[in-house]
Design a protein around this ligand. Structure first.
Ligand code: HEC
Length: 98
C-alpha cells in the first residue's frame, strides 16, 4: 500500500492531495514506524489516539500553545510548515496504526 502511494506521488497524480504517509516519514524517527514509541522518552505513544485528538495536538504545537511534556518547542519545529490539509492527512494516517 505504501509503495502504491509513493508511486502515485511520483507520477504527480496526487500533487494537490496531502499524503499522510509521506508526511509521517519525517515523524517516524522519533515516534516509531507505527506510532509505538514514546518520542524522546517524553511523548505519549501516538498509536491508539484518535485522528481528531492528534489533529488538535498538532495544531496546538504549530500555534505554539501546546506543551504537554516540556518539549512543545521541539514539536513546533516539526509541524510549523504543515498546512491544515497536511495536518488532517497525517493525523488520519497515524490514527490508522494497528
Ligand atoms: C525530534 C523528535 C520528534 C519528531 C521528528 C517528531 N516528534 Fe512529535 N513529539 C516529540 C516530542 C518530544 C513530543 C512531546 C512534546 C511535548 O512536550 O508536548 C512530541 C509529541 C507529539 C504529539 C503529542 C503526543 C502526546 O503526548 O499525546 C503528537 C501528536 C506528535 N508529536 C506528532 C508528530 C508528528 C505528526 C510529527 C511529524 C510531522 C512529529 N511528531 C515529529 C518528538 C518528535
Amino acid at each position: 500500500m505504501k509503495k502504491i502511494v509513493a508511486l502515485t506521488a511520483v507520477a504527480g497524480m496526487t500533487l494537490a492531495m496531502a499524503d499522510g504517509a509521506a508526511i509521517y516519514a519525517k515523524c517516524s524517527g522519533c515516534h516509531g514506524q507505527n506510532g509505538e514509541k514514546k518520542a524522546m522518552g517524553k511523548a505519549d505513544v501516538l498509536k491508539g489516539q484518535s485522528a481528531a485528538d492528534i489533529e488538535k495536538k498538532i495544531k496546538g504545537y504549530k500555534a505554539g500553545t501546546l506543551n504537554l511534556h516540556g518539549m512543545g518547542a521541539t514539536m513546533k519545529n516539526m509541524v510549523k510548515s504543515l498546512s491544515d490539509a497536511d495536518i488532517k492527512a497525517v493525523a488520519e494516517y497515524i490514527a490508522s496504526f494497528k
